[in-house]
Design a protein around this ligand. Sequence first.
Ligand SMILES: CC(C)(COP(=O)(O)OP(=O)(O)OC[C@H]1O[C@@H](n2cnc3c(N)ncnc32)[C@H](O)[C@@H]1OP(=O)(O)O)[C@@H](O)C(=O)NCCC(=O)NCCS
Length: 118
Amino acid sequence: MAEFQTLLADPAVVFTPGPHGFAMARVVLDEAELLTIATDPDHQAQGHATTLLAQLHQALQARTVSHIFLEVAATNLPAQALYRKLGYQQAGRRPNYYRTSTGQTVDALLLRAALTAG
Ligand SMILES: CC(C)(COP(=O)(O)OP(=O)(O)OC[C@H]1O[C@@H](n2cnc3c(N)ncnc32)[C@H](O)[C@@H]1OP(=O)(O)O)[C@@H](O)C(=O)NCCC(=O)NCCS
């Protein structure tokens, strides 16, 4: 919780709240990193994250950010589907980047999208 409050107080962090979730990115010059996006499990698959991510993109464009990147677990298919729907493409892969609670390792995919005005 303290870490979350520190992020919210950071002027480089853009926070997009929604009724059932939120998205958060950190801006460095003209690039942003998606730190997290989440929808309440009771309200998933209803379009909330799509709306949140589009709103986050708009807020980043207003700060003249031209690209956004993120890391996502290779096993997180719902999140990957969300990102690809909003124009993200794979830019790299980090083998064995995550470790699960059962000790298994999972690759991270590095995804990137251009933010174009419109
Ligand atoms: C990933 C997450 C944010 C998606 O939120 P959501 O509100 O359910 O997403 P949306 O309803 O906007 O769906 C967006 C797209 O994701 C895909 N998707 C959503 N739920 C899915 C599911 N259960 N299985 C497969 N694809 C799914 C679909 O392609 C969907 O687009 P479509 O409805 O046009 O087909 C949500 O699953 C979540 O909070 N997961 C836990 C946190 C997490 O993994 N965050 C990402 C870390 S990198």
